[in-house]
Design a protein around this ligand. Sequence first.
Ligand code: ADE
Ligand code: ZN
Length: 336
Amino acid sequence: MDAFIHGIPKAELHIHIEGALEPKLMFEIAEKNGCSLPFKSVADIRRAYKFEDLQSFLDIYYQGAQVLRDEDDFYRLTWTYLQKAAEQNVRHTELFFDPQTHTARGIKFETVVKGIHRALTDAGSQLNLSSKLIMCFLRHLSAANAMKTLEEALAFKEWITGVGLDSSERGFPPEKFTSVFDLAHQEGFKAVAHAGEEGPADYIWQALNLLKVERIDHGVRCVEDAALVEYLVKMQVPLTVCPLSNIKLGVFDHLSQHNIMQMLKLGLCVTVNSDDPAYFGGYLEENLRALHKALGIGSEDIYKLARNAFRASFLDPAQKKKYLDELDEFVSGFGH
Ligand code: ADE
Ligand code: ZN
């Protein structure tokens, strides 16, 4: 099973690039930029990564991102993740970035996006790994601030495929950002949103009906609303589930209690993703391995997850077909 999990061509649709900042790189960049960290060592950082919920994680995550200052920092962060993804046979990745985390402390929008974009371009040519970039708005900030960020992004429209919504969920409903997403749609951006991670199933309805998103990030709480499940199944709305993240943030107490198998059985379009791999103990492969160990997920379901991810991506139909053919070739070569 390890060889199958490693080798199967994969797509990742839910990865925050700031969440791929490994402690070692955090230290290196902090030292280069002369910024102080409240940690003495990598082991010290690892000890601090004990989270009770989403907010306790976000506090540490935003603090870690403060070390990122110049274009090269964003390049190194992104390139390091892309190398890791390519090693795990991720063939296509759709990355989130949080511009407001950086612009709020005086870093220019263009510094962030140019560094990330350069790494994505290099991954295309050097790692044979394709990608799309999705800009997330921080939902704990105002709609006006999100609107200003969207306006800044317009100059980089060629490089940014879609918009998303992340950060603290409870108390920050999607409806607050309706006008921002309306403009994003008018400008030709794709749309996704985090919903139903800690927040109620109603936030998933809001994201679908008001923000008109094509995918729901997380969405595990959809099972609390039978009509919602029925709709998600009927429309095959992709849900980008992040198992290890859900355990680290206390959405489920233990992976053996995770509802992903139930979601698959219901016929939902589930995908598996790493969310913030440097903080949650694993990339895509580690997530799949953990699911196998805790829930006994088998090769048929892993194939289904991989297939769902390519189909749910923002690739064009010809590119999707190329990857789906590659996937089928791998699986039949494996005797399945
Ligand atoms: N930002 C980074 N990871 C996140 C998550 N799991 N939920 C909401 N916002 C995030
Ligand atoms: Zn996320």
